[in-house]
Design a protein. Structure first.
Length: 419
């Protein structure tokens, strides 16, 4: 493979591989929290005799010829050369092939040397590795360890595809995890997939890594991505790969406009959610007052069970033991209730549940649990609980997927239940 690097000090640096001209293009990466551009991913674009050639074809040919590590090295030099004139504290994301991970010492020597040549700090460079692309996991871990020792940042790319697993993620300890776009696409189409995406983002962040959602292409994908706790966002919706001659302030303004539109929409959605929660809180307090006056649980919960999503009411004593049975919505669907040993809950102990403990800790508030699978019917459930003054704890189960497409914004504590 005959390679020659040309024009290394312009943003239009070129690499010629057998009659194929390769250029660097840079796709912007934004932080919704900082509301600005914080990095670029370097990508190759190829042409042969003026006609575009897919990047995959270039990579496949290099792999077939056993030249993948060499192509990687030349591409990194090309990308670093074009990026070195970029002003501002932003990251450069570089894709790393499995062949480069195997030849870790030589590849890192070359990267570090080029960073010095182009006046860049290795900490400004994020090396993207695919955890499932290399059979030799020991070699991948060595590469990541050596890269981090030299000051480079590390990102896991395409997490959530193939046989991605959390064990390798913790062992690699990346700064950033890029979630594959298929999870985002599914999240726009299926409520359960959206819940899982939200949970995955939260779990990764709690585990000590930043989360980047990539491949955001449509307005709906942007809306879902912005509603998560993802730290970084990337995709055609926010910016196509382009030359760095395109001014960053223009890109940041376009992102800011989309972010402002999302925040306006979210404000309207939150107002609708707040109205529902105020109604729920009012009905819950009235039910408690009826119980305090001596009404039966069935009579006290009549209006409560007409609210959208509300399915069950029950009472717990100070030890968390359920007093009597459950008052349910007559339309409540159950999964084999006649044969479900968990469906009959009279006398069950719920003292280990967070909603019961917090109701005792905050006797003047209505406490909301995090979503969980309710035992009576194996359906995703949120339980609201409040202590009746000088009495037991009143609990109400909701199926959150039945209201607001499962996206109800639930606070831990509702407004004061008692004046």
């Amino acid at each position: 493979m005959n390679m020659a690097l040309m024009g290394t000090h312009t943003t239009e640096s070129l690499l010629r591989i057998n009659e194929t001209t390769i250029q660097s293009r840079y796709q912007p990466i934004f932080s919704p929290t900082h509301q600005r551009l914080v990095g670029y991913e370097a990508l190759l674009r190829a042409h042969r005799h003026g006609a575009p050639v897919s990047p995959a074809a270039v990579l496949e040919r290099a792999h077939a010829n056993g030249r993948m590590a060499l192509l990687d090295r030349e591409l990194h030099t090309l990308h670093l050369s074009g990026f070195s004139q970029q002003a501002g504290p932003v990251w450069l994301f570089l894709n790393i092939s499995p062949a480069t991970c195997v030849d870790s010492e030589g590849a890192l020597d070359n990267l570090e040397r080029n960073c010095r040549l182009f006046g860049m700090n290795p900490a400004q460079v994020v090396l993207e590795v695919v955890e499932t692309a290399l059979d030799n996991q020991a070699a991948l871990i060595r590469f990541v360890t050596r890269a981090r020792t030299r000051g480079f940042q590390v990102a896991i790319d395409d997490f959530g595809t193939g046989d991605s697993n959390f064990e390798r993620m913790w062992r690699l300890d990346p700064l950033i995890i890029k979630i594959d776009r298929t999870l985002l696409t599914n999240a726009t189409q299926h409520p359960r997939a959206r819940q899982l995406l939200n949970g995955l983002v939260s779990m990764i962040r709690e585990g000590g890594s930043l989360v980047l959602l990539e491949g955001i292409e449509t307005a709906e994908e942007a809306r879902v991505a912005l509603s998560t706790e993802a730290d970084l966002l990337q995709g055609f919706r926010f910016g196509h790969p382009a030359s760095l001659d395109d001014p960053s302030p223009v890109r940041e303004m376009a992102f800011a406009d989309q972010l402002a539109a999302f925040q306006h929409e979210r404000h309207q959605v939150n107002a609708t959610h707040d109205s529902y929660l105020r109604l729920l809180n009012r009905e819950l307090v009235q039910a408690c007052e009826s119980l305090k006056r001596g009404q039966s649980l069935e009579a006290a919960c009549g209006r409560m069970l007409t609210l959208a999503g509300i399915r069950r009411c029950f009472i717990l004593n100070d030890e968390g033991i359920q007093i009597g049975g459950v008052i349910s919505d007559t339309s409540e669907g159950t999964r084999g209730a006649d044969f479900n040993p968990l469906h009959q809950s009279g006398g069950a102990c719920w003292s280990h549940r967070d909603y019961f403990r917090r109701a005792l800790e905050h006797p003047d508030r209505v406490c909301a649990s995090r979503p969980y699978v309710g035992l009576p019917d194996a359906v995703r459930t949120v339980t609201f609980a409040t202590r009746i003054p000088a009495g037991p704890v009143f609990c109400v189960d909701m199926h959150p997927d039945e209201v607001f497409e499962g996206q109800l914004n639930l606070p831990d504590l509702l407004p004061p239940a008692w004046d």
